[in-house]
Write a protein that binds this ligand. Structure first.
Ligand code: 13P
Ligand code: SF4
Length: 353
């Protein structure tokens, strides 16, 4: 039963003590989140992972986050993902084969090594080999909370950017930095030369990979309009993975950690419409209700991160019980060579942000 499972988790945690630390993303379901030692957005969690001395980092999040934890920790520490099937559908929209093909096609279109003109930026929601690709080409990683400063960093180095895999974060960040929309073009990895002409490639400032988050694409400007009509005094806050139109219609835009902070610090009695994953929104709504704050979910349909949801109490209990018995299950280990290159791109990011 669920209750027995919770008891198993508590008992195993007691036995493991400080040997295991539980890092938890804000989108985790409540029955897992309650066991977290540390919580945060992707940037905060990557910093926390690099600072812990625990032997086991049990990562309640998705695959790329556990990879980052593995790469940011020492070789004697182990990152564990309680269910290996907890991926990120957006991260899967880019892969090394496609990005390398894109780079070759850019070579042809630009007439020289793209590294002379283009800085590759990968959103942290990507596989380790793509971070390594960026590390090897003077590129960098960004997260939803540092994308603007990372873009600035890149733009003083080379005139162009290849941004993957989230076109929405790339477009919104470019817009925040004053880049005209017509200088940001979408690169469709399933079409020859991204579906662009040589001229379009030469004139573009940012090439936006055609990827998106299936959760955040559900939010629509019409949801915001309906809220504003009913509650003119209400405020709207969204994650930058939402479409450009949703971001443009929102009052505040930022990472999950930023969303939590803004609403927790808001005056009592305020009303909020939130465009991000449901588990976070429901938790926040419960936490601020005693102060009379009202927090509403943006979409009329349920949008959860179904892959994050896979980390359930059953998988967590199984993982922890195995650790108690001396078996490490579901360890995430990024090959050494890949780690070295990917760390370059991540350390550049941590230095800038
Ligand atoms: P944050 O870094 O803002 O937590 O975002 C991670 C994510 O996957 C959002 O969908
Ligand atoms: Fe990936 Fe979207 Fe889930 Fe975030 S919410 S982990 S971007 S699928």
């Amino acid at each position: 039963s669920d209750e027995a499972c919770q008891e198993l988790i508590n008992a195993a945690r007691k036995q493991l003590g400080s040997r295991a630390v539980l890092l938890c993303h804000h989108y985790q379901r409540a029955d897992v989140y309650q066991h977290a030692d540390l919580t945060g957005d992707s940037l905060k969690l990557s910093r926390l992972a690099s600072q812990t001395d625990a032997e086991y980092i049990v990562f309640c999040g998705v695959h790329f986050m556990a990879e980052v934890a593995d790469m940011m920790t020492k070789p004697n520490q182990t990152a564990i993902l309680p269910d290996l099937a907890a991926g990120c559908s957006m991260a899967d929209m880019a892969n090394l084969t496609k990005v390398e093909r894109c780079w070759r096609e850019l070579t042809a279109a630009l007439g020289e090594d793209p590294a002379n003109q283009v800085t590759p930026i990968t959103y942290i929601n990507s596989a380790a080999d793509l971070k390594a690709f960026c590390g090897d080409r003077g590129g960098i990683v960004c997260t939803s909370s540092n994308a603007p400063v990372i873009l600035d960093w890149a733009l003083v180095r080379r005139p162009k950017i290849l941004f993957f895999p989230d076109q929405h974060l790339g477009r919104w960040t470019g817009h925040q930095r004053g880049i005209p929309l017509d200088e940001m073009v979408v690169w469709d990895p399933d079409q020859p030369r991204g579906g662009l002409t040589q001229e379009q490639i030469r004139n573009a400032k940012i090439l936006l990979w055609k990827g998106h988050c299936s959760v955040h694409q559900m939010f629509q400007p019409s949801h915001i309009a309906a809220f504003r009509a009913k509650h003119p005094e209400g405020k709207v806050i969204s994650h930058p993975e939402c479409s450009f139109e949703v971001c443009a219609a929102s009052d505040y835009i930022g990472s999950t950690e930023y969303i939590v902070k803004i609403i927790k610090e808001a005056p009592a009695g305020t009303r909020w419409l939130v465009g991000t994953e449901l588990n976070l929104v429901e938790r926040l709504a419960r936490e601020v209700a005693p102060e009379g704050k009202i927090v509403q979910f943006m979409s009329p349909t349920v949008c959860m991160c179904s892959t994050m949801q896979r980390i359930d109490p059953q998988h967590l209990a199984w993982t922890l019980e195995n650790l108690v018995d001396g078996n490490v299950v579901n360890a995430i280990r990024v090959p050494e060579k890949e780690t070295a290159s990917a760390r370059l791109a991540m350390e550049r990011m941590l230095e800038v942000s």
